[in-house]
Write a protein that binds this ligand. Structure first.
Ligand code: PEP
Ligand code: MN
Length: 257
């Protein structure tokens, strides 16, 4: 609608972040940081394929309070150690603004998870930073709500933003969420903001990663996120959707990366 087009997000060119995202943007890594050994195995694989980014949650937004909540600061330090060792860019989720200093000192890209897309005080604080913010779409949010959430970050002075489609809730249960590729095409049609697709949390399964990765790129995605764990069966979270190192390498081969 007309009011929307007056937003800054439609006018901005996002030159710096688009430049940073040149090349093959694959954000791979486990759901959660579990140990140095786990992270270094994934980092080795990422660097072997000349990819640049590694993800891993230190603070995990788990549905159940009884599930593994992440290693916290220890997880951040592990992530920083492997980033330094393998020269990678680290991505991790910020749940609570009180963790900002710890997180900022360990990683380059701060992720706002789907559950926090509506956390406006958090978005405003992240808008005051220079660091890149990876803003995930809430699982019940509309295109307009997503653009307005990005606008909160933008209006506070930070235009290093990446938007991430991670699936929305529908009646369909064959996939964990329904990957909404229309929103990727729409955002790319309307704005210059970089968009990535999180295949793992969208699909919740591994068998259709390759076709959906290709579809994401065809829809205009600038990059992909996938969960990779050296031993998915033993993972402390999201076991069913995390690719093993071998499976990840097969995906890369299929995508010709
Ligand atoms: C994640 O990427 O680790 C995550 C929790 O995803 P989402 O916020 O999309 O559920
Ligand atoms: Mn996960």
């Amino acid at each position: 609608d007309n009011d929307m087009k007056t937003l800054n997000i439609y006018k901005r060119q996002f030159k710096e972040i688009n430049k940073q995202m040149d090349g093959n943007v694959i954000l791979a890594g486990p759901c959660a940081v579990e140990s140095y050994e786990q992270m270094s195995k994934v980092a080795q694989c990422i660097s072997r394929h000349s990819l640049k980014y590694i993800r891993g949650g230190a603070y995990k937004p788990r549905t159940s309070p009884y599930s593994f909540q992440g290693l916290g600061k220890e997880g951040l330090h592990i992530l920083k150690a492997v980033c330094d060792e393998y020269n990678l860019i680290g991505v991790t989720e910020i749940l609570d603004i009180r963790d900002l200093d710890d997180i900022q000192s360990c990683v380059d890209i701060l992720q706002v998870g789907a559950r926090n897309m509506y956390n406006y005080p958090l978005l405003k604080e992240l808008g005051k930073l220079k660091k890149t913010v990876l803003l995930k779409r809430g699982f019940m949010s509309t295109y307009k709500e997503l653009m307005l959430a990005a606008e909160y970050i933008l209006n506070n002075g930070n235009d290093n933003i990446i938007i991430c489609e991670r699936g929305i809730r529908t009646f369909e249960t064959s996939t964990r969420n329904t990957l909404d590729l229309s929103i990727v095409a729409l955002i790319k049609e309307d704005t210059e903001i970089p968009v990535i697709v999180d295949l793992s949390h969208s699909l919740g399964r591994k068998d259709i990663i390759v076709p959906m990765a290709k579809a994401s790129v065809a829809a205009g995605a600038n990059g992909l996120m996938v969960e990779v764990h050296p031993n998915p069966d033993k993972a402390l979270s999201d076991q069913k959707q995390q690719l093993s190192i071998n499976e990840f390498e097969n995906v890369l081969k299929n995508l010709k990366l």
